[in-house]
Design a binder for this molecule. Structure first.
Ligand SMILES: Cc1ncc(COP(=O)(O)O)c(C=O)c1O
Length: 441
């Protein structure tokens, strides 16, 4: 147990920074109040020398953990050669060649960007260029970034007071079966939510849908895994309306869900793929991939039509190449699948054991727990109790996203089995203590 939490040095640095940083920092940084000093793979150390197992990975960014020796060596070497410009560099060519070799032919042309929202906006420019249409459909619970062009896609109350949004954006219900908005039960529902999608397009839109965008597993919503027929049916609806299907894989790409790409599990064939987070192992890097034919559409393919100032700069390309080399060499997708299966079994055990563990789900190392006051009512656990769980885990040396009732577990793909199991022991100890007190209602 960490005593005097947060420690003296962390507290001092955090409080000093608060004088300069704008309010609105990421919840996890705000609630923990720790100042991080260093990291090694899945282990973080704060300024007071306290150790934490990282079950957050910078919200899915750190695919290869902290300061992997190959990553450090590659970036060090690159920074001594050339750091910026949008000219061709050998490192960018090598990165694109390797990435392209892992994608189907229909997705083997790639443009690089710096952030997720930027990539999704670029995917929309591409979809408009291909289809000459201008409307888009996303899903409740979906998250595709916070910039003006994509904020309206967000299926969450977060966007309240931030409108009006870009016109031509529509939303339908995702297959969030634990809390089905249609109050139906899978599989007897016959996927009624797909019919809602069809109706949204028919009744609300101009039927000028350029693309439907979906996450193979909804990350921000709480790592919601849809039933296997849902996304293929969504893709079929896209076809019905001559629209494209965009798989937004900021979180699910690069082995996170146990296969290299999230679209593989449900045998999807997206027309456009958006990638980010794990792609750069922590370096701001994102990408849009589609076929050569699609990417040749204008105006996307005009000179400077798809580029950006930082996208694919030599440092970013070096980070992408190093991360991908590690992901391949260390079989991260396989580790994610095997460890994910093992941990999901333990999550199921938690579900049986603790009244407040309402739902557990996951694919690979993208897992989720839904905290409830009672299994019967499914009423979400209060924010205060979730924050208590978060603090108790932190004191025991686990950095987790348990501060909200849709608790996501996303360790680095390179995490060692013994560290992952240690993290689960901490969770079990924390849950047992909460359960004994019985005051989680
Ligand atoms: C699926 C998905 N798309 C897009 C984004 C936006 O990425 P960024 O925060 O890099 O803009 C995120 C971020 O969490 C995401 O999960």
């Amino acid at each position: 147990m960490i005593k005097n939490f947060p420690g003296k040095r962390s507290k001092k640095i955090f409080e000093e920074e608060q004088k300069y940083i704008s309010p609105g920092i990421q919840g996890i940084a705000l609630y923990s109040k720790i100042a991080l000093a260093k990291g090694k793979n899945a282990i973080l150390e704060d300024e007071d020398g306290n150790r934490y197992i990282d079950f957050v990975s910078g919200i899915g960014v750190g695919s290869v953990g902290h300061c992997h020796p190959h990553y450090v060596k590659s970036l060090k070497a690159q920074i001594q050669k050339i750091t910026y410009s949008s000219f061709t560099t050998k490192v960018r060519k090598d990165f694109l060649k390797l990435l392209s070799s892992l994608l189907p032919e229909s997705l083997n042309r790639i443009q690089l960007f710096s952030g997720g929202a930027e990539a999704v906006e670029a995917a929309f420019r591409l979809a408009k260029s291909i289809t000459k249409k201008f409307e888009f459909v996303s899903f409740w619970g979906g998250f595709h970034g916070k910039t003006g062009g994509v904020l309206g896609l967000l299926g969450d109350e977060f966007k309240k007071d931030l409108g009006p949004f870009m016109p031509g954006l529509y939303q339908a219900s995702y297959a969030y079966c634990y809390r089905c908005p249609l109050k139906l039960k899978y599989p007897e529902c016959g996927l009624a939510c797909v019919e809602v999608l069809r109706k949204v397009i028919k009744l609300q839109s101009q039927q000028q849908i350029a693309a439907i965008i979906a996450e193979p597993v909804q990350g921000t919503a709480g790592n919601v895994v849809p039933p296997p027929e849902f996304l293929p049916a969504v893709q079929a609806v896209a076809k019905e309306f001559n629209a494209l299907f965009i798989s937004d894989e900021m979180q699910t790409g690069f082995g996170r869900t146990g296969s290299m790409w999230g679209f593989e599990a449900d045998h999807l064939s997206p027309d456009i793929l958006t990638l980010g987070k794990g792609i750069g192992g922590g370096f701001p890097l994102s990408a849009v991939a589609s076929s050569f034919k699609n990417c040749s559409s204008k105006p996307f393919s005009n000179p400077s039509g798809s580029s950006s100032s930082y996208g694919g700069n030599p440092l970013a390309a070096s980070a992408g190449l190093a991360s991908l080399e590690i992901i391949l060499k260390e079989n991260c997708a396989q580790n994610s699948q095997e460890l994910g299966e093992l941990l999901l079994r333990r999550l199921k055990n938690f579900q049986e054991k603790f009244e407040f563990v309402g739902d557990v789900r996951g694919r690979g190392l993208m897992m989720g727990i839904e905290f409830v006051k009672s299994k019967k009512t499914k009423e979400p656990l209060s924010k205060e109790v979730c924050l208590k769980i978060f603090q108790e885990c932190l004191k025991r040396g686990l950095l987790s996203m348990s501060y909200t009732y849709t608790f996501r577990l996303i360790p680095p793909l390179t995490i060692l089995k013994k560290e992952a199991l240690e993290a689960f022991d901490i969770l079990e100890e924390t849950f047992t203590a909460l359960s004994k007190k019985g005051n989680y209602k």
